[in-house]
Design a protein around this ligand. Structure first.
Ligand code: XLS
Ligand code: NI
Ligand code: NI
Length: 452
């Protein structure tokens, strides 16, 4: 079945058929014994895990940009993917075709949510007014599609990085006119996000940073970014938006240095500029690795500050370190991540958005299904293993025991601040040399393997 599907799809579509993924879906759960490549082996949306369905634990979303716009182009080569929904010349017709394809895919794969940038939905117009009109038209269309399908918007965002006007930044551009333009664009993006019942709104600052510090007033740019975020937040709250604003950290690419470097940096920024109440983090796996962290690390930092908002799921490549945005497959690492997420109380209000793209040479429409089925199954398996491990192994106890000396009288006094340095000195003098206590890393690592 799978060998001929790609060709089959292309043939059907040249006949003008409005079904884009002919012969595929809906994708059902068939279990790990199934050999059907178009079935879930682990993701069973109604399966209850720790009192919550898999669907509600994971809240999967499709990323509009990679899946319906990403044509395989790279800095070294032309597009490889001829998406049939992009063939119309008229931008409005093209946007509607693309949305038909998007909702066909999203409903067939069974994702509850999707995410977009403003100009993923429709090509930007020649003027701000024309762009706003186009967004109006396509968001009307989206509203209808959402109502018909039950698919919801996890988050919207504004693309403040592709248009050449943003080459020196959006909110942090040294030219106030560009900052104003970016503000207008964010206003429109917020308007359509609210109109479509978006549950969150994302800021990813791909051009908010510097290429050279010689020409950059960093403090002034950071002040501007904070001012901009306050304005956007005040506007949306004034319109009744109750969702969460999310900042997506990334240390670099396309800019040499991006201000939203990693979770810890963003939290520090939000705290400094009094934005902690309304903002949380949208963490992306491959951005963590670009920042020389594991995803697990970024999650720990966010959970520790009660700032975990949502996830962009993908993976990098260990051999080259780029932002390759591949679909997640590494279950061991996903278990490590799901442990942190479950221990942190789950993804509250966000979801798992596949900010991932099929490879440049994965050119069949069927590949889009394989990629998402694989990613959803990998996350589902990670969730199942992490839940089982937390409930049934001694993992929690082992980790807790490492700190049990703080449960002693003096340890508690240290934690609650009632010991001073002199008291610590007296304690150490009477205790003598502390006994060695093993960190037992290998034992911890083995528990994950055992539950896989
Ligand atoms: C790029 C980012 C981007 C955001 C949304 O690296 O991941 O896709 O998720 O602007
Ligand atoms: Ni990314
Ligand atoms: Ni992302």
């Amino acid at each position: 079945m799978s060998n001929s599907l790609g060709t089959q799809n292309k043939l059907n579509l040249t006949l003008g058929d409005r079904t884009y993924f002919e012969g595929i879906g809906p994708i059902a759960f068939e279990g790990r014994e199934s050999d059907n490549p178009f079935a879930f082996k682990y993701y069973d949306e109604n399966k209850v895990v720790g009192g919550t369905s898999m669907r509600d634990h994971l809240r999967f979303a499709t990323a509009y940009w990679h899946t319906f716009c990403g044509n395989g182009m790279d800095p070294f080569g032309a597009p490889t993917k001829e998406f049939p929904w992009l063939s119309a010349n008229d931008p409005i017709q093209q946007a509607k075709d693309k949305m038909d394809a998007a909702f066909e895919f999203i409903t067939k794969i069974g994702m509850p949510f999707y995410c977009f940038h403003d100009f993923d939905l429709i090509q930007e117009g020649a003027t701000l007014t024309e762009s706003a009109q186009r967004l109006e038209v396509i968001s009307d269309y989206a509203l209808q599609k959402q109502r018909d399908s039950g698919v919801k918007l996890l988050w919207g965002t504004a693309n403040l990085f592709s248009n050449p006007r943003y080459m020196n930044g959006g909110a942090t551009n040294p030219d106030f006119e560009v900052v104003a333009y970016a503000g207008a664009q964010v206003k429109h993006a917020l308007d359509i996000t609210m109109k479509l019942g978006g549950e969150n709104y994302v800021f990813w600052g791909g051009r908010e940073g510097y290429m050279s510090l010689l020409n950059t007033d960093m403090k002034r740019e950071l002040d501007h970014m904070a001012r901009f975020l306050h304005m956007a937040k005040d506007y949306a709250r004034g319109q009744g938006f109750q969702g969460t604003f999310l900042i997506e950290p990334k240390p670099m690419e396309p800019t040499k240095h991006q201000y939203d470097f990693d979770a810890a940096t963003v939290i520090g920024f939000l705290r400094e500029y009094d934005l902690m109440e309304d903002f949380k983090l949208n963490l992306e796996v491959n951005h963590a690795t670009l920042a020389q962290h594991s995803f697990q690390h970024e999650l720990e930092v966010a959970v520790g500050a009660n700032m975990l908002g949502s996830l962009d799921a993908n993976r990098g490549d260990y051999q080259n370190g780029w932002d390759t945005d591949q679909f997640p497959v590494n279950v061991y690492e996903l278990v490590e991540s799901m442990i942190v997420i479950l221990e942190g109380g789950g993804i509250q209000g966000g979801g798992v958005n596949f900010d991932a793209k099929t490879r440049r040479n994965s050119t069949d429409l069927a590949d889009i299904f394989h990629a998402h089925i694989g990613g959803m199954d990998a996350f589902a398996r990670g969730l199942l293993v992490a839940h089982n491990l937390l409930e049934n192994s001694n993992y929690r106890q082992l980790r807790k025991d490492r700190y049990n000396s703080f449960d002693s009288v003096k340890g508690q006094e240290f934690e609650n601040g009632s010991l001073d340095l002199q008291a610590l000195h007296a304690l150490a003098a009477s205790n003598g040399e502390p006994q060695q206590r093993s960190g037992q890393q290998e034992l911890f690592e083995n528990i994950i393997n055992q539950y896989l």
